[in-house]
Write a protein that binds this ligand. Structure first.
Ligand code: UT7
Length: 340
């Protein structure tokens, strides 16, 4: 594993967060009208009760733009000079999503690129943004995780359909001192392509996943990366006020948290209402938890993720004081150009 450490004096500091979810909510009961499964099975084996689903008229780009607008409001309308979009479900194979998102935000002329690292994509994007800032490539970076994972499973595949939902989450990072609240700690990242076949989707073929093997890797990798990230930030695991783990399965998070010795009241979750939203999972959860007070200024927050690749990562930050957050409510506003 490598860890990226921002140059002294020029850290990446969180100054805004935002999120977006499609309007349509699909419950387990609704899903099970066309799937050989039950609400009880899905709840007990995954912790998922419902998920938001983007119809064909809502793109990954729409979700990203909606969340980005909210994050920019939260950040008092700073002007980013780079845009990163982590996604496994770009709208097109070519061009990338990020330049289009930047253009819709009136940010043409600046660097804009996509990153694909499965459900760990957002942490890879955070590390890239921190590198842009440390090197002077950018002062303010819009870091977006956006996915429509509901589009990946094959129709009627009960082992994958219930798991996935759609959404976007965003963090605005700007250059600041490493001691500032909101400064990103070292980012631990890793991959193991020998496990690439464990979660795989082709251009024309649906997602195939070896669920129980992925489960074991996810628990192991997220807890190991968390230990490394805490150590790199010179934190003890007892110092962690909030664990924000990628929301793939409530049982995965519970096992990882148990290995780390982080009790339930120091964890935050949203899987029951959104399922696995891929690269959006961590920033969406952060935005929701900051908006409803589960995460407060001064909390020591540990982030960790695991995903296709295989990929994994973790990082730390002390939550900053942010402007009151706009709601995560949904995508109508984007399509109609309404004020958020
Ligand atoms: O973001 C990272 C990517 N994804 C993940 O992290 C997902 C990781 N894996 C998981 O979350 C879990 O492995 C699953 C939720 C996918 C599956 O749960 P499990 O407890 O590992 O079940 P299993 O795969 O061992 O399957 C047990 C049984 C099987 O039946 P048999 O072969 O024992 O008769 C499955 O066919 O459960 C069956 N099954 C279902 N039954 C009812 C699988 N999905 C369903 C379902 N409803 N939706």
């Amino acid at each position: 594993m490598n860890s990226h450490e921002a140059a002294p004096g020029r850290a990446a500091v969180v100054c805004g967060v935002g999120a977006a979810l499609p309007d349509t909510v699909v419950s387990n009961a609704q899903l099970c009208t066309t799937l050989d499964s039950t609400d009880e099975w899905i709840r007990t084996r995954t912790g998922i009760g419902s998920r938001h689903i983007a119809g064909p008229d809502i793109s990954t780009q729409d979700l990203a733009v909606d969340a980005a607008r909210r994050a920019l409001l939260c950040a008092h309308d700073v002007r980013p000079d780079a845009v990163l979009v982590a996604t496994t479900t770009p709208d097109h194979r070519c061009p990338a999503t990020a330049p289009a998102v930047a253009a819709r935000l009136d940010l043409t002329g600046i660097p804009a690129l996509d990153l694909a690292a499965g459900c760990t994509g957002f942490l890879y994007a955070l590390a890239t943004a921190a590198g842009f800032i440390a090197s002077g490539q950018a002062d303010t970076v819009l870091v977006i995780g956006a996915d429509r994972l509901s589009t990946l499973p094959g129709r009627g595949d009960r082992s994958t359909v219930p798991l996935f939902g759609d959404g976007a989450g965003v963090m605005v990072l700007r250059a600041g001192p490493a001691t500032a609240p909101g400064a990103l700690g070292p980012v631990v990242l890793g991959s193991d392509g020998t496990g690439g076949d464990l979660i795989k989707a082709g251009h024309q073929t649906p997602l195939q996943m070896s669920g129980s093997e992925v489960f074991r890797h996810a628990v192991h990798r997220m807890s190991a990366a968390s230990v490394q990230a805490a150590r790199a930030a010179q934190w003890r695991l007892d110092d962690v006020d909030r664990l924000v783990a990628h929301q793939a399965n409530a049982r995965i998070t519970a096992f990882a948290a148990r290995q780390l010795g982080i009790p339930e009241h120091r964890q935050v979750h949203n899987i029951a209402d959104v399922g696995n939203t891929g690269a959006a999972s961590i920033p969406l959860l952060l935005a929701q938890a900051a908006a409803d007070g589960r995460i407060k200024a001064g909390h020591r927050v540990l982030l960790t993720a695991f995903g296709a690749g295989l990929t994994w990562g973790a990082t730390t930050l002390i939550w900053p004081e942010l402007a009151p957050l706009p709601s995560t409510a949904t995508t109508e506003s984007v399509r109609e150009g309404a004020t958020l």
